[in-house]
Design a protein around this ligand. Structure first.
Ligand code: C5P
Length: 418
């Protein structure tokens, strides 16, 4: 495939070297088109050496070849990473004052932009409008990740990891990088999936909360895999300290009630094909929230400890099952997760089977948890249980990476979506 890799002038330009490597190693013919500003961060010899092709930012070089028209016309994919606020503005307004923006105007292939900039620039109404304009025209604008920006500040605006950019770009042209175990096609194209991830925090006072040890890694992997397979993904993230996966809309929540509002709101919009409840949702929350920090002592000699009264949180997954039965509307396929340690009443699988029956969801992903198992780790072992399956039909995946488990989940679910 002929790829034009545009690079605009931000510090993240150095990451485009890895994007270029990934594309050339996958056998694509890549022409790098930097802007003048990008060349102040990474010089032309680097791009030429890595791509094996000449590099120019100008329309005045190699004029007989008419590069400002030819590059865009002949490309199968134009990917710009990083795309700065300035590049987005020039692209949205159809300017053609250098080779990259001219190429964007002549390209008739999929165009994928991976923005990177400071949070203030990303959230400025001018940039928001430009991104909307570009998306309305069919340009794929990848959501930037959240995390460390230049210097000490953090927030949305970070360039996603090179692997994620390449995956999103190849998905846009209907090609899969086909990692091991994947079906290799874009079998979730046209689907909207909602994935919850992380662990809820139930506040006691302005500084304390009841929480759990979920890192969000599994839910993020499930969301990233769905995006790679072409789905529109809304990731409802509860307190996960992770970079947003490429191509996912992230909705941040804190408590179980926030998460319930976010998920049920999305489902009620009526276009959700699947909900994957990977988040660890607190079953209980403090009955009372103290507006001021709870004090250790209440006076000289008062060494008593407070008692925390808890109330039950709604079971969000069970609520989705119930409402589906009530409305008979668009039926999202519902996936629950079970984190089991096993106890005196049964092993992990039998507890999971009982939970599947109680919850009434379409698939239960059961994993064994413990202080050093699963939580925060990159590897896990899960069992996929669906209501119709016999004991011997339970699919066990792992020990495997959470990315591989995510693939196995979508391999199972994608063919079952109506
Ligand atoms: O009952 P248990 O918490 O073990 O069930 C886990 C599954 O149920 C997970 O998919 C979790 O996201 C979901 N859940 C929920 N609402 C709760 C508790 C858990 O939807 N209050």
């Amino acid at each position: 495939m002929r790829v034009v890799l545009g690079v605009s002038g931000g510090i993240a330009a150095y990451k485009a070297c890895s994007v270029l490597r990934l594309l050339t190693e996958a056998g694509h013919e890549v022409t790098v088109v930097p802007t003048r500003a990008a060349l102040r961060f990474v010089g032309a010899p680097t791009w030429e050496a890595l791509s094996g092709r000449p590099v120019s930012a100008e329309v005045w070089d190699d004029v007989p070849q008419v590069p400002h028209v030819r590059l865009g016309q002949q490309a199968d994919l134009v990917l710009v990473a990083p795309a700065t606020a300035d590049l987005l503005a020039r692209a949205a307004h159809g300017l053609a004052d250098d080779l990259l923006t001219s190429t964007l105007l002549t390209a008739r292939c999929p165009v994928v932009l991976a923005p990177a900039m400071h949070t203030e620039m990303w959230t400025h109404p001018a940039t928001v409008d430009n991104v909307r304009t570009l998306r309305d025209r069919g340009v794929h604008v990848i959501e930037p990740a959240s995390g460390r920006l230049t210097g000490a500040d953090t927030g949305p605006g970070r360039l996603p990891e090179p692997e994620e950019i390449v995956e999103a770009a190849l998905a846009a042209v209907g090609r899969s990088p086909a990692p091991t175990g994947a079906t290799g096609d874009v079998d979730l194209a046209g689907r909207h999936v909602v994935v919850t991830a992380g662990g809820t925090r139930e506040p006691l006072d302005p500084v304390r909360f009841l929480g759990n040890r979920s890192s969000g890694k599994q839910g993020y992997a499930v969301a990233a895999e769905a995006a790679r397979r072409g789905a529109r993904v809304t990731l409802v993230s509860a307190n996960a300290q992770l970079a947003a996966p490429a191509g996912c809309d992230v909705v941040d929540v804190q408590t179980a009630l926030d998460l319930e509002r976010a998920v049920t709101g999305l489902v009620q919009e009526g276009d959700v094909d699947a909900v994957v409840m990977a988040a660890a949702v607190a079953d209980f929350r403090p009955a009372h929230y103290a507006e001021a920090k709870i004090k250790k002592t209440h006076g000289a000699g008062d060494e008593s400890a407070p008692t925390i009264e808890l109330v039950r949180n709604p079971d969000i997954l069970a609520g989705l099952v119930r409402r589906r039965d009530e409305t008979g509307g668009r039926d999202p396929y519902l996936v629950g997760f079970a984190a089991e340690t096993g106890d005196g009443t049964g092993d992990v699988l039998s507890l999971a089977r009982a939970k599947l029956e109680r919850k009434g969801c379409d698939l239960l992903v059961a994993n064994e948890v413990g202080a050093d198992k699963t939580f925060g780790q990159d590897h896990t072992t899960v069992h996929l249980l669906d209501p119709g399956a016999d004991e011997d039909e339970v699919v066990t995946v792992g020990p495997a990476t959470k990315a591989h488990v995510a693939e196995a989940i979508w391999d199972h679910v994608a063919p079952l979506l109506p």
